[in-house]
Design a protein around this ligand. Structure first.
Ligand code: HEM
Length: 479
């Protein structure tokens, strides 16, 4: 009886809160976008996180407006801007109306150095996502010159790992393999680390952090967020050791080819070096950004190529021509990458079918009007690849995997409809690195193997970042 009374009171309080929050929809006469803030406190986070994110967006575009709708996700009032016009508005008004924003779980996971108790400060949030971006956009990093230097190494690491993990094996799970390869490459390029045991320890931790970036901030044992926090602490500990080792090596004149070495020597305008914990967090942010997206793309690329002998043959023909132009043991070079046109089209089509990253957030700097609605200052804005990538108005037969749709001579997708790397000033700075890593993998795998996907209907899990439920087992046949 007592329980029933408490339950009824709680229900009444919740209903009142919903009513009040809905009454506040239109503030000061401004016409807010249509939509719902959902439940008090939680908003619509559960639907956003535990349904398919593209379904979340698609359903609401249909129900409220194909241009813009409001919601409350991950603790923030959010306007979701949709379609090519929305993408254009967002990508061309960066700094004027928008600044970068990371959801709170991400801020928490990547900002341990902000103070005791690791509580992130709410206000500088908008600058936080910019941090890794600032480092990575520094002149020199991830520019063709640096990537060209690294390409041979990328090729030999990929070749070696493929041999180790696939030769003499009939079945291999592609997702764990591609994660090991991409994390090994990222550790090498960003940190100058190439110890396989250390990398193996990190893979599991990065998986937990990646999943926790978009989760409910419930830090109790057993939750996704709690696991992510434990993993972030383990990565940080490992990175602090790496930083100390690197400092020592640098003191003995070791060359500085990686991003970590640069972070160690860089100073602020007062001549202060960056504290070790801060370097660790920033490197963790960079590694996370550059790791799972590439691994996901490789995984689904293997799936789609494995399901189409026509696509396989075309990719193999292109790659074998490049291989035939090389002497025994000669590694890939920059010019080779520009010859991989069809292979890149297959990669682009994979990212259209399964976007490695659904979308990102911004914070509103100044109130603005869009599509007849007002979005107030301080709200968050979310954009998503899924508002255009499978729309038949822009992609004929959208469910069909068809790399030839990007061929020269075909009409290209209309502007702002194909945006797997985002756009405008915040467009992914790792795009070129990702292209090289994926094509290098494809070159090596197709040269040595044919393959068959064990379960073509394997379920795809994951919210913002998709993954195959069973790791995509594949039957490999070596030539
Ligand atoms: C297939 C691989 C990848 C995909 C699909 C991808 C996609 C994206 C997307 C959609 C964004 C958001 C852009 C926006 O908010 O407008 C982004 C941002 C970012 N990406 Fe990537 N990415 C990939 C690989 C990488 C790699 C390899 C790195 C690092 C080497 C990287 C580093 C970053 C960083 C630092 C940002 C934040 C940029 C900023 O806020 O200014 N990404 N990426």
């Amino acid at each position: 009886m007592e329980f029933l009374g408490v339950a009824i009171s709680l229900a009444l309080i919740l209903l009142t809160l919903v009513y009040v929050s809905r009454r506040r929809c239109d503030v000061g006469g401004a016409k807010l976008p249509p939509g719902s803030f959902g439940w008090p406190i939680l908003g619509e986070s559960i639907e956003f996180l535990f349904g398919k994110p593209e379904k979340f967006v698609g359903d609401r575009m249909e129900k409220y407006s194909p241009a813009i709708f409001k919601t409350k996700i991950l603790g923030e009032k959010t306007a979701v801007i949709c379609g090519p016009k929305g993408h254009k508005f967002l990508f061309t008004n960066e700094h004027k109306y928008f600044t970068a924003f990371r959801p709170h779980p991400m801020q928490h996971l990547f900002r341990s150095y902000q103070g005791k108790g690791a509580q992130p400060q709410p206000q500088p949030a908008q600058t936080q996502r910019a941090d890794e971006s600032k480092i990575i956009r520094q002149p020199g990093f991830l520019k063709p010159e640096a990537l060209t230097r690294f390409l041979g190494k990328m090729d030999s690491i990929t070749r070696h790992l493929l041999e180790t993990h696939c030769a003499d094996k009939e079945v291999a799970e592609v997702y764990p393999l591609s994660k090991t390869i991409t994390l090994t490459l990222a550790c090498h390029f960003f940190l100058g680390v190439n110890n396989p045991e250390r990398i193996a320890r990190l893979v599991k931790c990065f998986d937990d952090v990646t999943v926790g970036m978009h989760s409910l901030m419930l830090n109790v044992p057993g939750t996704i967020f709690c696991r992510a926090n434990i993993a972030a602490a383990a990565i940080r500990k490992e990175l602090i050791t790496v930083i100390k080792e690197k400092k020592e090596a640098m003191a003995f004149g070791s060359p500085m080819h990686d991003i970590l070495s640069h972070m160690i020597v860089v100073t602020d305008p007062n001549g202060e070096s960056v504290p070790e914990l801060e370097i660790a967090d920033k490197m963790m942010g960079l590694l996370t950004a550059g790791y799972s997206t590439v691994a996901t793309t490789i995984t689904f690329l293997m799936k789609y190529i494995g399901l189409s002998s026509e696509v396989y043959e075309k990719v193999r023909a292109e790659q074998m021509e490049i291989a035939a132009s090389k002497k025994e043991g000669e590694l890939l070079e920059w010019e080779d990458m520009s010859k991989m046109k069809y292979s890149w089209n297959a990669t682009c089509e994979t990212m259209r079918m399964v976007p490695p990253l659904q979308g990102t957030f911004r914070e509103v700097l100044t109130e603005f009007n869009y599509a007849g609605y007002t979005v107030p200052k301080g709200w968050k804005v979310y954009w998503s690849v899924s508002t255009t990538n499978k729309n038949p108005d822009y992609f004929k037969d959208p469910e069909k995997f068809n790399p030839s749709r990007y061929d020269d001579g075909e009409s290209p997708p209309p502007p702002y409809t194909y945006v797997p790397f985002g756009g405008g000033p915040r467009m992914c700075p790792g795009k070129e690195y990702a292209r090289l890593a994926i094509l290098t993998f494809l070159h090596n795998v197709v040269k040595s193997y044919r393959w068959e996907v064990v379960d073509p209907n394997e379920k795809v899990e994951g919210d913002m970042m998709p993954e195959p439920q069973k790791g995509l087992p594949i039957l490999f046949y070596q030539y």
